[in-house]
Design a protein around this ligand. Structure first.
Ligand SMILES: Cc1cc2nc3c(=O)[nH]c(=O)nc-3n(C[C@H](O)[C@H](O)[C@H](O)COP(=O)(O)OP(=O)(O)OC[C@H]3O[C@@H](n4cnc5c(N)ncnc54)[C@H](O)[C@@H]3O)c2cc1C
Length: 365
């Protein structure tokens, strides 16, 4: 029976990025249920890096990841970032307070008045008079980043098995006996990087689930009857009802910022969410919507406190790398480094305490 130090369950960005760090130091295997890695949430993101997104506890992970993404971590081929900038907009000043409160020296924000906003967002409708400018926001080349992680993992002797769903795992002594697809393995550590299935995977391993909930988020690609949209900043609503960004000269990606509870599944956009996205978009700019070219949805997974879960819990040999919510791509290099340090027993360079699975130990889920 093939034996590994670490079996990583899930080949999305969480499993791939951690694998990229671990593979030189441990005999590692990634098992992925689908026939390709990245089929679920990782392949469906809106692909931006936004310093303040996810709140103050997540920000150190995002800020530590930014320069790495810019240098093409983990391979250094080229930068995965393309600077875009973001503007958070509001109809009244009080709605902007939270956005302004997030100001930090590493990614400074500045206030915009109506005139400045009109220059950046031509066709902005009446009433959107207040804005916060965040020039540090960037697009991430998610597919290239993910592929680079997988390639680096393989070059470092890591193995990947697709179409191999973890069925069950039993701990005996200091090893796991794992049944996955038609295969059997042994390993000393299982990493749970199963995204929306994180709790389901824990149950299959006889480990207490943590209450990680998948929430559906929709994105719609619209063709617009005007050009010059490619470099449009990411436009965020201060009240979190929509965001949109230019995708090509005459296309935009719009999200209605939905968070609908879902079972773990192959998520798809629902008509109502698509209609809501268009409605909210049209309330911001006077650009003619010519067509809905495509729409999709993915599951963002959240622990009860909406912070990621990184580390060993109380069950030996079971490592959590889950609950990355809406920031799993932009935090991936730093999260992978932190998880690798925790797994290998090395001193972490970031504060791991907010993310420890042990924070849920006294709670009933
Ligand atoms: C619409 C949308 C927009 C987003 N925008 C951004 C953004 O702009 N920036 C950002 O940083 N983040 C964004 N995110 C969030 C980001 O995409 C996620 O945080 C990230 O992709 C999570 O990665 P993951 O590897 O944990 O999950 P996944 O990519 O879902 O990977 C988990 C994998 O585990 C596999 N798996 C499950 N069960 C098993 C099993 N039993 N055996 C084997 N394999 C199994 C699944 O098949 C899956 O491939 C967005 C998400 C969505 C949905």
């Amino acid at each position: 029976m093939p034996d590994f130090d670490v079996i990583i369950v899930g080949g999305g960005i969480a499993g791939a990025s951690l694998g990229a760090v671990l593979a030189r130091k441990r005999r590692a295997l990634i098992i992925e249920a689908e026939d390709q890695c990245g089929y679920h949430t990782t392949g469906r993101s809106a692909a931006f890096w936004l310093a303040h997104y996810g709140g103050p506890e997540v920000m150190p992970l995002t800020l530590a990841s930014g320069p790495k993404l810019d240098r093409g971590w983990p391979t250094g081929e080229r930068s995965w970032l393309h600077r875009r900038g973001a503007i958070t907009i509001a109809r009244n000043y009080t709605d902007l307070r939270d956005a302004l409160g997030a100001n930090s020296p590493e990614a400074p924000l500045s206030e915009l008045k109506r005139l400045g906003m009109e220059r950046r967002i031509p066709g902005l409708r009446e009433g959107w008079d207040f804005g916060v400018d965040d020039p540090s926001c960037a697009d991430i080349d998610v597919a290239a980043l993910h592929q680079a992680c997988l390639a680096h993992f393989k070059r470092s002797s890591g193995q990947i098995l697709c179409s191999t769903r973890l069925k069950s795992a039993k701990r005996s002594g200091d090893r796991w006996a794992v049944e996955a697809g038609s295969e059997r393995f042994t390993a000393s550590v299982i990493v749970n990087a199963a995204g929306a299935w994180a709790d389901a995977v824990a149950r299959r391993c006889g480990v207490r689930p943590l209450g990680i909930r998948p929430l559906r988020r929709t994105v719609v690609q619209l063709r617009i009857g005007r050009s010059g949209l490619r470099k449009l900043p990411l436009i965020n609503d201060a009240l979190e009802r929509f965001y949109f960004k230019g995708e090509s000269d005459n296309r935009v990606w719009v999200s209605p910022h939905d968070e609908t509870a879902s079972e773990p599944c192959d998520a798809a956009a629902e008509e109502l969410d698509v209609a809501t996205a268009i409605d909210r978009f049209e309330s911001v700019v006077d650009w003619p919507v010519e067509a809905v070219e495509r729409s999709w949805a993915g599951l963002r997974s959240f622990a009860p406190d909406r912070l990621p879960v990184f580390g060993f819990g109380s069950e030996p040999g079971f490592f959590w790398c889950a609950g990355q919510g809406g920031f799993g791509i932009q935090t991936s290099p730093a999260a992978a480094g932190l998880c690798a340090a925790l797994l290998l027993g090395e001193p972490p360079t970031l504060n791991e305490r907010p993310f420890s699975p042990l924070r849920f130990e006294s709670e009933e889920n």
